[in-house]
Design a protein around this ligand. Structure first.
Ligand SMILES: [Zn+2]
Length: 181
């Protein structure tokens, strides 16, 4: 049988799925891209917009931990500044991961694999939640206390510990106390 007739016969008997598979955001974006120049800029912009589309969940989780709410503009400025504050990419990435809650905490890893301990790897006594690992742990609290002392010394005023400000770069809600120096 001629190959063409065989192919036609095959196509007639084969029932292909009628539904078009649903494309993901990235697949749609790649298909829509038809230019030959500016590929990196296009995808850079795409990833930035993707972040802003998905920041709501992260903001919700942070605001729950911070027990405080911030305007959307403040969050957007916070995200932007996390990419411009640091010179080195390794710090940019670290801040990005903190801000977007991408670190895999012991608590999270224990949810995936019950053989792994949910306890904090530093103090080994408390559950390693995001809040604990970055703020509440006694070992980390020492670090933040040193930062606080240093800042108070530099700015010659008493600065209050503020998780949103210290860790994320959000405006302080506790404010700066009057000078005591
Ligand atoms: Zn700890």
């Amino acid at each position: 049988m001629h190959i063409f007739r065989l192919a036609t016969s095959f196509a007639q008997t084969l029932k292909l799925p009628q539904d078009t598979p649903q494309l993901g955001l990235m697949e749609e974006s790649i298909i829509r891209y038809t230019r030959t120049k500016g590929v990196i800029s296009y995808f850079y912009d795409y990833f930035l917009s993707y972040d802003s589309q998905n920041i709501d969940t992260v903001v919700e989780r942070w605001e729950k931990d911070l027990q405080s709410e911030y305007e959307k503009d403040i969050w957007n400025a916070c995200i932007q500044s996390s990419q411009s504050t640091f010179l080195f990419n390794v710090y940019k990435e670290m801040q990005y991961r903190i801000l977007h809650r991408r670190h895999e905490t012991p608590y999270f890893l224990n949810k995936i694999d019950s053989n792994r301990s949910p306890l904090c790897i530093k103090c080994k006594s408390e559950v390693g939640t995001y809040m604990h690992c970055f703020w509440e742990c006694s070992k980390i609290a020492e670090f933040w206390s040193h930062i606080l002392e240093e800042l108070s010394s530099v700015f010659k005023c008493k600065i209050c510990k503020d998780l949103g400000q210290f860790l994320l770069g959000l405006p302080s809600k506790t404010g700066v106390l009057d000078s005591e120096f």
